[in-house]
Design a protein around this ligand. Sequence first.
Ligand code: NAP
Length: 357
Amino acid sequence: MTMNVEFYYRKKIPVVILGATGLVGQKFVQLLDGHPWFVIESLVASEKSVGKTYEEATDWQMSIPIPEEIATMRVEPCKPDIDATIAFSALDSSVAWEIEEEFAKVGYAVVSNTSSHRMDPMVPLVIPEVNNRHFKLIENQGYHEHGFIVTNPNCAVIALAMALKPVYDQFGIEAVQVATMQAISGAGNQKEVKLEVDDNIIPFIEEEEEKIEKEPLKILGILTKETFTSAEFSISAQCNRVPVSEGHMENISMKLGEAATKQDIIDLWSNFKGEPQGLQLPTAPQHPIHYFHQDEFPQPKKQRDIEKGMAVSIGRLRECSNFDWKFSILSHNTIRGAAGCAILNAELLVKQGYIYW
Ligand code: NAP
């Protein structure tokens, strides 16, 4: 692939949003509006939305108005003949597998949020600060000279893997127990879900526990020239839908491979940085992890928007009577946990020369 070191002297990179009318699609629209490198060229959704203006087709849920020039754009059919280089995918997972492959095969850089290809051994499952070395897998996908698929993890997994990464590298991890309290914005039809969780908690999110128990092991795995080796420790997850609009909380206990002090772990989190910070990518937070010493933090309402929703907040690190340490984490599920992570992946892919236009 060609390294576009001069990309910033040229015009912006055209992008299409697949599944633009859904909640994650809307977040892509919001975050890409005014992006310094990318410009929305096209919006794609299902047959029922095709031909309508974006404003007509979308039940807009964001806290700011639809950007003016986007509101009047016509939603296009999901065919890979669009004048764009990057296809950000926020498609329903029931249709994403085939559609994402069709786009990759004709040369689009598909940067996806959906679960369809996450565990495909040829597809990188990447959090930019954690495992961007896995982008190398793209080189053997064989879809097209310039076409490929990169995915980002499940919304609850992203914050969990970011919290575990520096601890895993330094001390090793033997077991993790996690209980999630997940916001309603990750749950499809907002009107129905709001009613269900009003004065309520639902102790089941379909297929979520399986994702949380598998995906971090791929993310923390090691890719060499010859092989890919997944991380090996056990994760047990329990997932709950709670009446919070945005921001997933997770209560975690972890058993370490080697002993660590409280200060060791806090220092690792406070100093945690990756390539996006070094390169000062437009969507990168300055500090990917913020540790709070106050007992009552983190809280969705107070911390989810830190660093424009791209930082993970951690607090309440204390000894665990069953495992070694327990703590709470919080992240914005549709920004760091979805569209923001995908956009940061795309920025890094551009810088690393994987995106050609
Ligand atoms: P959603 O609100 O249900 O949106 C789904 C989108 O897919 C809509 O734009 C829909 O278009 C489109 N679509 C459905 N069938 C299609 C087809 N046959 N051809 C073209 N487009 C089609 O879902 P969401 O909450 O935004 O989530 C999108 C994806 O991201 C899902 O796979 C989800 O698992 C994943 N994800 C979500 C979150 C979160 O917090 N919400 C976080 C991480 C990952 P129409 O409007 O025309 O039907």
